[in-house]
Design a binder for this molecule. Structure first.
Ligand code: GRF
Length: 206
């Protein structure tokens, strides 16, 4: 399975995928490239340290958004990606890519969808919302990406306890460590082993 990972920030989810491939947990999958919209994303440095092609394709490099959209699609196709993984990617995925890669783009979201997701809920905002509402259980979700925001078929979820005195930062760290870094590589392992299928918008195990 040829994978292209899209990133914007620190790349800790990318690192989890790299680690699971290198330790053999994920077989028959290879990260062909890591692409960021942010030239300074530490995720790009993580890729380079592991001999993985790393490049920046950003809307800022183009006068029209449509040009960026086409350029990103061409770049991904150039790597012959079978699967696109959004790992902390903060740019809206262009429609042309969603259509070309139907049910072949996955995203990690740091809550139990459909709670605390959609427009405006990304990064720390998610955990601030969780603490504000006072829910006792949160977690993370890996889902296929469709035209909406955090609305595609759910592949895996993992719950995490909210603890007394949690700050958004402390909660984010626990959700990343205990959930994101576990279910994103696991979803890739399932897909690489051709163990998931989508039926009427519901992900099923083969
Ligand atoms: C984090 O907020 C994480 O919850 C979300 O993307 C952000 C950055 O993750 N999935 P990473 O360290 O760049 O993978």
């Amino acid at each position: 399975l040829k994978i292209v990972v899209l990133v914007s920030g620190g790349g800790t989810n990318l690192q989890a995928i790299i680690d699971r491939i290198e330790d053999g947990t994920i077989e028959n999958a290879k990260i062909e490239a890591v692409i960021s919209n942010n030239l300074n994303a530490y995720a790009l440095d993580r890729a380079r340290k592991h001999g993985i092609k790393a490049e920046c394709v950003s809307p800022k490099q183009y006068s029209r958004r449509e040009e960026f959209n086409q350029e990103l699609l061409k770049t991904i196709q150039g790597y012959e990606a079978d699967l696109i993984v959004l790992a902390g990617y903060l740019v809206v995925v262009p429609e042309c890519i969603i259509k070309e890669y139907r049910n072949r783009i996955i995203n990690i979201h740091p809550s139990l969808i459909p709670s605390f997701c959609g427009k405006g809920y990304y990064g720390l905002n998610v955990h601030e919302g969780v603490l504000k509402r006072g829910v006792k259980i949160t977690g993370a979700t890996v889902h296929f990406v469709d035209e909406g925001t955090d609305t595609g078929p759910i592949i895996l979820q993992k719950s995490v306890e909210v603890e007394e005195g949690d700050t958004p930062e402390r909660l984010q760290k626990r959700v990343m460590e205990q959930a994101e870094w576990v279910i994103l590589p696991e979803a890739i392992r399932l897909i690489a082993n051709n163990e998931v299928t989508v039926c009427d918008g519901i992900v099923k195990r083969k």
